[in-house]
Design a protein around this ligand. Structure first.
Ligand SMILES: [Zn+2]
Length: 78
């Protein structure tokens, strides 16, 4: 049986905003996101705001593994 190895968790809170105006409303609670790597036990973020969250989510799953200190299996045998 092959199990998918969970190595990281990405948490995204989409937030809440008023829906009153044509400009998209005002954020009551801005979106937030954070990424927890279970290999090196690092938390990236949290970031806040719609644009920051969008960029964070788009890049973190490739960015963190590239910098992860626990990513090089065998290279850093602890
Ligand atoms: Zn890591």
């Amino acid at each position: 049986m092959t199990a998918l190895r969970i190595t990281a968790a990405l948490f995204v809170d989409l937030g809440r905003r008023t829906k009153t105006s044509a400009d998209g409303g005002t954020w009551v609670q801005p979106p937030r996101a954070r990424y927890e790597c279970l290999l090196c036990r690092t938390t990236e973020g949290p970031v806040k705001g719609p644009i920051a969250v969008q960029e964070f989510v788009a890049r973190i799953r490739t960015d963190h593994p590239a910098n992860c200190t626990a990513n090089h299996q065998g290279a850093h045998a602890a």
